[in-house]
Design a binder for this molecule. Structure first.
Ligand SMILES: Nc1ncnc2c1ncn2[C@@H]1O[C@H](COP(=O)(O)OP(=O)(O)O)[C@@H](O)[C@H]1O
Ligand SMILES: [Mg+2]
Length: 247
């Protein structure tokens, strides 16, 4: 069989970002390939969120190149950035559902923000399809407070999927969940990757999550991509700094 050359959907090169004396990213590199699950691990405060903000144009890098879906973020106008964000799904830490809205309204919210991409007449169909993907069609008229933590996370995942994004960012998708629910979420993430061929960037501290989900991993340390490789490669490393991630 002919080997496929995969496209790069995110390309970060030599990214620098600091706040005064605090040099957070100091020549960081990352490539996300089409269809892969890339896990990024880094200690709390190491700059993972700063990197994500640079990726979606919420923060301006001091220097370096940041390209998403073939476009340089720094050259994009506000409206172009908005449109790009419709191609990116987010699953934030926690679930960040709107408490005062029903599940249906929570899922309709991104559709209303990106009307250029979707026709608002068939939202019911899209909402149900997204809820079916996470096994929760019966919750459509419920309020977030009526759902368990794991169900809330799944609804948040459905909301991230509803725009049929090309890329999904997961920020600590299993933090705060019991091990069984965490596993359910991980299996859902794998299903979604298979079904929609999404490219995913997954930020996690959870070694089990990284083992199951990653095609490749990057360790962020001292502002750089300190180590890269498969879970098997990195977890077998004899470098004490790398070993510390797998404790
Ligand atoms: N807007 C900001 N102004 C000043 N410092 C910031 C800002 N955002 C993040 N930082 C600093 O950048 C560092 C990395 O933060 P962050 O990216 O949130 O870490 P994490 O890897 O836990 O997501 C921290 O030292 C934080 O205090
Ligand atoms: Mg963070």
């Amino acid at each position: 069989m002919k080997e496929e050359t995969k496209n790069t959907v995110i390309n970060i090169q030599d990214l620098h970002k600091g706040f005064g004396e605090n040099k957070v990213l100091n020549g960081f590199n990352l490539q996300l390939l089409e269809g892969e699950n890339l896990v990024l691990m880094g200690k709390s405060g190491s700059g993972k969120s700063v990197m994500i903000k640079c990726l979606v144009g919420l923060m301006e890098p001091d220097s370096g190149k940041v390209e998403v879906l073939g476009r340089e973020i720094s050259t994009m106008k506000r409206q172009e950035l908005d449109e790009l964000r419709a191609d990116i799904g987010f699953l934030f830490q926690g679930s960040a559902l709107y408490d005062s809205m029903t599940v249906r309204e929570n899922l309709e919210f991104p559709l209303r923000r990106h009307t250029h991409k979707f026709d608002l007449e068939n939202t019911d169909e899209l909402v149900l399809e997204a809820l079916n993907n996470v096994g929760l069609p019966h919750t459509i008229n419920m309020m977030p407070a009526e759902l368990s933590g794991g169900m809330q996370r799944r609804v948040a995942l459905a909301r991230a999927l509803i725009l049929k994004p090309k890329i999904i960012f997961y920020d600590e998708p299993t933090t705060g969940l019991d091990p069984i629910t965490a596993k359910e979420i991980i299996l859902l993430m794998l299903d979604i990757q298979k079904k929609y061929k999404t490219s995913s960037l997954i930020i996690t501290h959870d070694v089990d999550c990284a083992r199951v989900i990653s095609n490749r991993m990057i360790l962020l340390l001292d502002g750089i991509n300190y180590a890269e490789g498969s879970f098997e490669e990195l977890s077998a490393s004899k470098d004490p700094k790398v070993m510390a991630f797998f404790k």
